[in-house]
Design a protein around this ligand. Structure first.
Ligand SMILES: Nc1ncnc2c1ncn2[C@@H]1O[C@H](COP(=O)(O)OP(=O)(O)OP(=O)(O)O)[C@@H](O)[C@H]1O
Ligand SMILES: [Mg+2]
Length: 138
């Protein structure tokens, strides 16, 4: 359990994932990377000026959330953060490969979590396609 990648979308379940990953990292001395992906979904079909403004707002919001997470990780090894744009599952999976993560930690649901029973589409794609272990936190 050397390298853990946490997928964070600002939702309550993803904060639970952070908490669980911190517990594991504390026990195993793992290094932690938190990734947050700004979905393209928000950014298509908009005029460039609106797109730029929305992207700026989302990036600032995401950076603030990442800073809070980093600050809350007292006593753990320094945390790396990654902010990407695009398809969340693909970006998370390619980041996991890139950093050679041996565990990806996600929440069971995210910001759109209407379905109480089925896994969210991002976490379920990660479970299906990851080449390392995945912990889905409930
Ligand atoms: N944009 C994202 N960036 C980083 N991690 C994400 C992102 N979206 C989802 N995740 C991760 O996946 C987990 C599950 O979220 P997911 O998006 O699959 O569910 P949902 O929002 O409830 O449903 P859906 O998006 O399928 O409508 C989140 O708790 C988080 O760990
Ligand atoms: Mg979602």
């Amino acid at each position: 359990m050397k390298k853990i990648l946490i997928a964070h979308d600002g939702s309550k379940p993803s904060y639970k994932a952070v908490k669980k990953a911190f517990e594991i990292a504390g026990k195993f001395g793992s290094s932690l990377t938190v990734i947050s992906v700004i979905p393209e979904l928000y950014l298509t079909e908009l005029m460039d000026i609106d797109r730029a403004r929305i992207l700026e707002t989302l990036s600032a919001e995401t950076s603030r959330a990442m800073e809070k997470i980093t600050a809350s990780a007292k006593g753990l090894r320094p945390i790396k953060t990654m902010i990407r744009q695009g398809n969340p599952a693909s970006e998370i999976l390619s980041a996991a490969k890139k950093i050679k993560a041996d565990l990806i930690v996600t929440g069971s649901h995210g910001r759109h979590g209407a379905g109480k029973f089925l896994l969210g589409s991002v976490s379920s794609k990660i479970v299906d396609h990851a080449t390392c272990s995945v912990l889905v936190v409930k």
